[in-house]
Design a protein around this ligand. Sequence first.
Ligand code: ZN
Length: 205
Amino acid sequence: MARFEAEGLNHGSSGNISVRAGSRTLITPAGARAANLTPERIVALDIEGALCDGGADVPSTEWRIHTEIYRARPEVMAVVHSHADNCVALSCHHRPLPPFHYMIAGFGGDEVPCARYQPLGSDALAFAVTEALGARYKACLMASHGMVAVGTSLSQASDLTVKLEMLARQYLLARQAGEPVLLSEDELREVHRRYGYYGHSRMPR
Ligand SMILES: [Zn+2]
């Protein structure tokens, strides 16, 4: 959380982070701020969301989002939820972030979806986010609320959070000069093909 606060990705106690540990979810507590978060304050939940031990803290109000994602996506090991400014601004349009830049394809599809609006802390919000992520997306916006990113590690989910906030900022900038051109299906297919080689020494020409 200190990293998110330092990078301007979160403010006060509005975001939350979790990791999967076996059948448990380890999550930041309600009201956690970068300045007051210590390892002892991390809350352990079982698969149903029940408290595993009797610490002084209760889990983040959005714990349902985290446990629902872990239930739906066996490969996910970490979840980050943030109210980063540019993601929030875009989420207020209740629309996906479209493929205005090739890096959108790095989130698993041809856009970054937007989960429909539901009240904070509700089961309905957890279901809406899980539905928006589906089986393949690595992040989504949350209508009039914020964003969620998932990863096979906490560093991956954190990096995706930073990347999505950057793209949201760039999209808002691009729109100041009118409606940006979106990449075509063919162009996106080629990006996905190249992402398949990403990290290898030789990318196809
Ligand atoms: Zn929130």
